[in-house]
Design a protein around this ligand. Structure first.
Ligand code: ZN
Length: 163
């Protein structure tokens, strides 16, 4: 029997719209819903908490403060890096988002905020740090996870194999 409400260990399909200050930043449609495993840190904590207990067909507007989303903006999380450390073919300009990896292979992003002849100032804050996020969500499906999904801690797209 399919689960009837959102609780830990349920795979949730959501149609959602994310707005910040009235601008739509991200959305999913019913054809391509967001799927996540509830209780497994797949989505930001403030949204996950607010969805607990909802059923299929429920609509909800969830306002998430920075602390329960991507954190406060940290002005110390900006660093000057020598320009010579970047490959010469990279066109460094303000606003460019660079995908980087740390020593353990975790991916993260940095935004170029200033460039001069010698240094590049990189902002390591998440682009949504310090922002209050508004999600308009509709729950469109609830199901139990497969054994693999439960072991991995996230849902798999239909037909997705071991990865
Ligand atoms: Zn997996």
């Amino acid at each position: 029997m399919a689960p009837t409400k959102i609780e830990d260990g349920v795979v949730v399909s959501l149609v959602y719209k994310l707005t910040v200050d009235g601008d739509i930043l991200d959305q999913s449609s019913a054809d391509d819903p967001l799927q996540y495993l509830h209780g497994a840190d797949n989505i930001i904590p403030g949204l996950e908490k607010a969805l607990t207990g909802l059923a299929v067909g429920d609509n909800k507007q969830v306002v998430v403060e920075p602390l329960d989303a991507y954190g406060d903006y940290d002005p110390d999380d900006v660093e000057d890096v020598e320009r010579s450390l970047f490959p010469p073919e990279v066109e460094l300009e303000e606003g460019l988002v660079l995908a980087m990896r740390d020593e353990s292979g975790n991916q993260f992003e940095a935004t170029v905020i200033e460039v001069d002849d010698e240094y590049v100032a990189l902002d390591f804050n998440h682009p949504l740090a310090g922002e209050t996020l508004t999600f308009d969500v509709k729950v469109i499906d609830l199901r139990d996870p497969t054994v693999d999904e439960l072991a991995h801690g996230h849902p798999h797209a239909p037909g997705m194999n071991v990865h």
